[in-house]
Design a protein around this ligand. Sequence first.
Ligand SMILES: Nc1ncnc2c1ncn2[C@@H]1O[C@H](COP(=O)(O)OP(=O)(O)O)[C@@H](O)[C@H]1O
Ligand SMILES: [Mg+2]
Length: 348
Amino acid sequence: MASHENGAGTQDVLLEIRDLKTHFALDEGTVRAVDGVDLDVRRRQVVGVVGESGCGKSMTAMSIMRLIPPPGQIVEGEIRFHRPFDERPDAKDIVDLAQFESNDRQLRDIRGNQISMVFQEPMTALSPVRTVGKQIAEAILLHQDVNKAEARDISIETLARVKMPNPEQRFDDYPFQLSGGMRQRAVIAMALACRPQLLIADEPTTALDVTTEAQILDLMRELQAEYDMAILYITHNLGVVAEMAEEVVVMYLGKVVERCDVDSIFYNPKHPYTKGLLNSIPRLEDVLQDKREKLNAIEGMVPSSFQRLSGCAFHPRCPDFMPGVCDEAEPQLIQLEEGHAVRCHLYT
Ligand SMILES: Nc1ncnc2c1ncn2[C@@H]1O[C@H](COP(=O)(O)OP(=O)(O)O)[C@@H](O)[C@H]1O
Ligand SMILES: [Mg+2]
């Protein structure tokens, strides 16, 4: 039994991110890509992360994986991962991923094994010059105590489970021989081959056409149940969130501005930014009546990454802006009710 875990609620925790800050110190100034993210994922839970491009979704994911491109680095915060205890007796039950040196053995042990990631562009994960099967088998050989023949069998079995047509033949294909959808299936197979507790999916369907997207979303939902894993699902698309996630985290400029269950995000949004995102989804009746020009985009631009705004970072675009309040003090993430938190002065 784990020494640190007690009480029914905490037993289920898989990942706890606290006040995570990942910054890029550049000559032009500091980019605060992630600037105070709090986020929890429970075992088997699907958590959606939404927000406009540039708000720090990918860098949050890369921070968890400890794959932040230099000069980016975690400057503050914790990423507590509750490891399964049965794997290695000397392993700690709760590890702070933010504390590891980038080449730490424990970190290499976790990455690609207990936590794995699927990227937007499948070729980010695949080498163009090696067969798909070899690459999946390598991931298995790296983490599991099996021989080459067994790794091959597991790879083909995993390819079959992601519904790759003719998995045995596909094993010997190079990535360029596959369609975009099949490539993403191969990448998902690679990510799942070691049966991770947590899968981080960073816009995995954005590069695909809508039909293929729907198939991959179906597949990920099935696999989530089958593999009993949690998914951190990153997307700019609220429609995808509605389909995939149980809980939703809304990010704006490196911060979590709202966090709640998926129904509340659509029926009871609190943050003006969340409401803006919802209003910017085209509604079917408007499209049919060709009222597209009335589409409510959120006004204003996302400020430059170098700019540091006083008060709430959303205040220059906010329809509910309160002068002297919102541009003065930074709002804290406050709990409105069980399971619903918001970072906004309207509620303080
Ligand atoms: N390699 C990098 N060097 C400098 N800044 C970066 C780098 N990667 C990302 N950023 C900055 O970090 C911020 C967050 O980026 P990102 O996490 O990729 O956003 P998202 O995934 O939400 O679109 C952006 O302002 C982006 O310009
Ligand atoms: Mg991104």
